[in-house]
Design a protein around this ligand. Sequence first.
Ligand code: PLP
Length: 379
Amino acid sequence: MTVYLDNAATTPLDPEVLETMLPYMSAVCGSPSSIHGHGRIAKVAVEKVRKQVATLLNASPAEIFFTSGGTEGNNMALFGSVLALGLGHVITSPIEHQAVLQPLARMAQTGHTQVHWVQLDRQGGLHYDHLEHLLKTYPGALVSLMHANNEIGNYNDIRRIGTLCQSYGAIFHTDAVQTMGHCALDLQDLPVHLAVGSAHKFHGPKGVGLIYIRGGVQVAPLIHGGAQERNMRGGTENVPGIVGLGKALEIAHRDMTKDGQYIQSLKDCMIQRLQACIPGVTFNGTSADTEASLPTILSVSLPPSDSHDMLVFNLDIQKISASVGSACASGSQVGSHVLEALGADQQRGTVRFSFSKYNTVEEIDYVVAQLSALGKFPG
Ligand code: PLP
């Protein structure tokens, strides 16, 4: 049996999405910037997706810009708003994705901004009082806090964060890469200025994503060299990718309740099986709490054992794909900055299992059996 449980890193392409994309990889060959017929067909396709995506996220089409994915979207939001607005202070948390942490580190290094860290509890929950204190101290800052964490799955209350930001004149950016396509996002209603998504996290193609920039918010372009995306992103558009993103988001919203419940049932099943088979197993963050975390992610903390160093490699030998932390750490036992920030016990082993609509209970049974056999966990 081969089992793919690394869906927070990337999800398999939905065959329906592939089918929709295929004509845009062959027959529809024009560039959306060309004024001839072939170009116009491509342009119409891109603009149709922009409208469709805007409707699904309750935004205006003018607020949606296509990118190459979550990393670019986050870089654009952070560099673009700090540079355009001259923001001298950014408030964030130590458990953001590297696509947020590294651009911020770069801007701090070059003296463009100062970074301030919101305190977290041991479960990865934000101290909202501390956030408010930072907002009071640095009014008009940029706040970058993710919607849900990619390693431990815990949600931030983005409505509460956005409301606080409004009170102190702050700009609020949220990395919604793990939630877009999994949770309904009403961007007109939510007090969010900038939000980022990525198609390959919801069964769309890799290398395409979007950034929502609320009307009236100024962001400088990151990629220069063409007038595409209304002068916000130079470069010929990834037409098949954008078409695939549109189809994937449409399917994700169409099946959101059904798929969400199914995925949650897989996660619940894994929690129960692990608790039954591995004495002393625990879960990082609020990973095992249905209300507080994404159904797609379970971060498992295993009792101390000699075999931890090779855990993900050994699972791989059993044809099980999982990861230690974020995608960049997949397959390696590189320490996780998220678990470190939470003060997790380094003697324990961690495996992040992440689920999709394509997984089954039989796969969960197989994985738990293999994991218990590998661990030789003391009772
Ligand atoms: N942000 C989060 C929370 C993620 O999980 C990821 C992907 O792992 C990214 C950003 C980067 O997205 P992409 O792979 O589309 O560049």
